[in-house]
Ligand binder design. Structure first.
Ligand code: DX5
Ligand code: ZN
Length: 219
């Protein structure tokens, strides 16, 4: 079985010491950086924009997994590619022409991800799953870090794993929101490939050790 992935979300990092936190992730056992971009429209919060993404891209030495919680994400595909982003994930709910958006992301040389809100059914990906590199299953309502994990996510991971196998897709399953040492193992046992963790990592006493602990949980 391939190695499971931990992606710390910088939303919970100390923005006054961002370089320090990026170096921590560089030196840790984490696999990807998770970047959360919020526009105050698709979600009721604004996170950070291009100047911060540029700083992250400059210092980060691991793949940049970027989660766009914005309306009309097509407007910024090229900008994120030019900034050096490796995976670009858009929300299903924000894309009336999802197939076209996925093609546009791949045309820029990035992996194409689709995020699903907690209320959005896995079945809606039946016709695109073969074109998707990563499905980001939201296990909280997007917009804020530090929320509680929604238990129905377990069922969604099972359903998604079945859909991926049925359609012979190579899509990875990534889980985002409320991930911690209590739910990590169950999620990968059900088929998750990558786990995002924000507060659990950055609000802990020793983030490097917490990442190590998560990696051990899912090994
Ligand atoms: C929420 C974001 C998440 C968030 C996760 O909208 O997409 O990536 O940073 O934070 P925690 O792990 O604290 O739930
Ligand atoms: Zn996210």
């Amino acid at each position: 079985m391939s190695e499971k992935i931990i992606a710390p979300s910088l939303l919970a990092a100390d923005f006054a010491n961002l370089q320090h936190d990026i170096e921590m992730v560089n030196q840790s056992e984490a696999d990807w950086f998770h970047l959360d971009i919020m526009d105050g429209l698709f979600v009721p919060n604004i996170s950070y924009g291009m100047p911060i993404v540029e700083v992250i891209a400059k210092h980060a030495k691991k793949p940049l997994d970027t989660h766009l919680m914005i309306v009309d994400p097509d407007r910024y595909i090229k900008t994120f590619a030019d900034l050096g982003i490796n995976h670009l994930t858009v929300h299903y709910e924000a894309c009336p022409h999802l197939h076209r958006t996925l093609q546009a992301i791949k045309a820029e040389g990035m992996k194409a991800g689709v995020a699903l809100n907690p209320h959005t059914s896995i079945n809606l990906l039946e016709d695109t799953i073969q074109d998707i590199d990563i499905v980001l299953v939201m296990s909280v309502n997007p917009g804020f870090g530090g929320q509680s994990f929604i238990e129905n996510t377990y069922q969604k991971v099972t359903d998604l794993k079945n859909l991926i196998q049925k359609r012979n897709s190579k899509a990875l399953i990534e889980i985002d929101g409320g991930v911690n040492a209590d739910n990590a193992k169950k999620l990968v046992d059900l088929g998750a490939d990558a786990l995002v963790a924000g507060s659990f990592v950055f609000k802990s006493e020793n983030p490097t050790e917490t990442i190590k602990q998560l990696k051990e949980e899912i090994a």
